[in-house]
Write a protein that binds this ligand. Structure first.
Ligand SMILES: *[C@@H]1O[C@H](CO)[C@@H](O)[C@H](O)[C@H]1NC(C)=O
Length: 181
């Protein structure tokens, strides 16, 4: 068999890379995709009573502001297993969930937080992902997990849960790509 010319090998490599992307689920934010969290209702395990108040609804206000003092982040008391829960009102096939962490301080507090998706209103749904960094913006790919509820829970004896935004997007199946040449 004749050895393939380099250009042909590169072309085959390119096509196989396209093929790897071409099936299954997509975790890309779709341009113009709807953040369904905006239509939901959020509650949390406790409210931190200090100005500005960190109400549960402040992470679904459409504002990614990460400075807590601008009044657009949630804040629980320091407590055991604090949680925040979003009721989407309908069950969705969930794709990307984007979490905006606090940025003026304390971003490490979110480390270890579990993002759970499902139909139980008790924060015990399957885990889509766990925060393992103190990054400002953390995206989880839920790959079509079905659920009406999205929870963020920090397991621990004495934790504080702050979220500056939680965006939830529906899963959109990616079309197979076909390569012509
Ligand atoms: C957010 O929740 C607080 C406390 O329940 C409430 O006073 C406020 O009006 C809510 N904000 C919006 C935009 O719904």
């Amino acid at each position: 068999m004749m050895p393939l010319p380099l250009s042909m090998k590169l072309l085959m490599l390119f096509v196989s890379m396209l093929g790897m992307q071409g099936s299954g689920h997509s975790c890309e934010l779709q341009p113009g995709g709807t953040n369904v969290a905006r239509n939901g209702e959020a509650i949390q395990s406790s409210d931190y009573v200090y100005k500005p108040m960190g109400y549960a609804n402040q992470s679904i206000d459409g504002n990614r502001e990460g400075n807590y003092h601008q009044g657009s982040c949630t804040h629980t008391k320091k407590e055991k297993d604090p949680w925040w829960m979003l009721d989407l009102k309908n069950s969705y096939s969930i794709g990307p969930i984007v979490i905006v962490n606090r940025q003026d301080c304390c971003s490490e507090r979110l480390n270890g937080a579990e993002v759970r998706v499902g139909n139980s209103p008790n924060n015990d749904n399957p885990v889509c992902g766990t925060v393992t960094s103190a990054d400002s913006i953390i995206t989880f790919c839920c790959n079509g997990m079905l659920g009406r509820y999205v929870s963020v829970v920090i397991p621990g004896a004495s934790e504080i849960l702050t979220l500056c935004e939680v965006e939830v997007y529906e899963e959109i199946a990616k079309l197979e790509r076909h390569v012509c040449w």
